[in-house]
Design a protein around this ligand. Sequence first.
Ligand code: GMT
Length: 384
Amino acid sequence: MKVNKEKKLKIGIVCYPSVGGSGIVATGLGSELAKRGHNVHFISYDPPFALNIKSPNIFFHKVNFSGYELFKYPDYTLPLAVKIVEVSQKYKLDILHVHYAVPHATAALLAKDIAKEEGIPFPNVVTTLHGTDITLLARDKTVMPVVKYSIESSCAVTAVSQSLKSDTIKALKTKKHIEVIHNFYTPKKITKNRIIMRKSLGLKEDDFLITHLSNLRPFKRIPDLLAIIHKLKNNKKIKLLILAGGDFTPYEILVKKFGISKQVIVKKNIKDIENYINAGELGVYTSEEESFGMAILETMSYGKPVLATNVGGVKEVVEHGKTGYLFGVGKVNDFASKISSLIKDASQLKVLGENAKLHAESNFCAQKIVTKYEEYYKHINKIC
Ligand code: GMT
């Protein structure tokens, strides 16, 4: 057996614990780094959704915060900064990897200053941008200077796509070096076969199942997704399964108005997404903004093609005509007519699905991407 004698790192990861792309990426990265022998310390207000905190080399540190009456709005940044100092000191972290500039990198910078005052050694801070820092916060004048400061004061910054890197440079007019490291996904084992899953969803054998996973926020353009099903309403075999990480109630009225209640199935906070994606034929994503599109990668990883809007980093994940198709935002007719043609062409669907899986495995796998992060950590510890 080959023994890896490389120095193992003590890595702190700050992320949101909730269901969502950035949490999934941070959790996946930490878990893979732990498997490679590094000690990984997660710092958040709850254990991350998909994290197995009992795994070897994984530690979880909870940020406790109290809502003093003095504060009209509860603050998370301050107790997070204190927890970061505490963990850095106790475990002598080599790297602190924060997912999101605001508030996570901001808290890390405050922690760094506190540590300096107290004479406590502090790790180098790597900030990964996932999108919202730029697509939302950088456009808001009340917080934009904090976003810019937090990014520029980090030791190193990564972005999950080339597109997000360009948007960041444009929005913040920053000269900070941004390293592009795409997201990755490790597919899980299918534990319930397709037939069982389709039965449990009330589907007939020849139904054509479209899947969509998201938090349903406005920029996902759920009305467009429903409009596509509405356009295909005459084909009763077409079903849409929404795996919702948010509240679907506001869209129920539209489902009713379109008369597609029998075609739309909504499931909330599903953990075994692999079983559901595997039960479907293809994924559809209508977002107006997407720095990468983790759900798209997840869908492709299970051998399903994706139809999506040609926005942001999605263009770096889906290869038009090879692993799926890309259309303009709001072009529901184009989506609908492509679905109509794919329903009649099982062999094309199969080829697209196989290409999608291969593309995901070769370009967005842990082996490749986690190694990039590992090398980047070592590199920045030499230059910062
Ligand atoms: O918008 C979401 O779906 C959630 C958000 C998050 O913070 O988890 O996703 C962002 O980060 C993901 C992981 O890097 C990306 O795959 C998503 O594209 C990105 N969302 C946006 O850019 C809108």
